[in-house]
Ligand binder design. Sequence first.
Ligand code: SAM
Length: 220
Amino acid sequence: MTARRPSSARWLEEHRNDPYVAAARREGYRSRAAYKLLELDQSVMARNRGHGLVNRGDAVAELGAAPGGWTQVAVERAGREGRVVAVDLLPMEPLPGAVIVQGDFLEEAIVEQVRACFGPSGQADVVLSDMAPNMTGYKLADQGRGGLLAEAAFEFAREVLRPGGRLVVKLFQGPDFHLLVRQARAMFASVKVEKPPASRDRSAEQYLVGIGLHKSQPID
Ligand SMILES: C[S@@+](CC[C@H](N)C(=O)[O-])C[C@H]1O[C@@H](n2cnc3c(N)ncnc32)[C@H](O)[C@@H]1O
């Protein structure tokens, strides 16, 4: 089955003229995606009295991390006192300050491996998920796989986040979209669905940002 992709000429042209690609090269980020997290962080600061998504000393679980733009931002923000655990199916270049786990986050053994990185409490302050399936171009299949990844991130956040914790999950339109947003509204003090300017218009991705995990969680 051949994947339907934008023509490589169009992609190259877009890449050449993309200010975020140029900024990432200039500022040493591994991907233009770093700017999506920076923009989401700005938006959180504006509504959270200057506290961002990742703050000094935070324990951060990052899902779907390769090549590592978000990981760089998380390490910068969490500092030496923090802990950043980054997981991806793909291998990642080592990054000082981050623990890298390679594997499929849909497998329980990998979830356990990530949780074990947070010590005996197994708890984290922040869960970030930029996981995305390899797009096939078949809408229902892509929506289904995207929904599964978002649900896995959600479930993990419910298990490991400390009260007051923060969550960012990449979401695609599909049958699960509104259900996940509703669940998030019951879990967090504040929930917003955002499309940061660095996210390309033609991408169907949006990000659900939840801040202030409630102490007691609703029962499913
Ligand atoms: C958009 S990229 C992440 C870019 C990253 N945030 C950055 O700043 O460089 C999405 C990533 O999700 C990963 N991914 C997809 N399914 C996954 C799974 N089941 N387990 C772990 N990672 C997964 C892909 O391998 C891919 O690297």
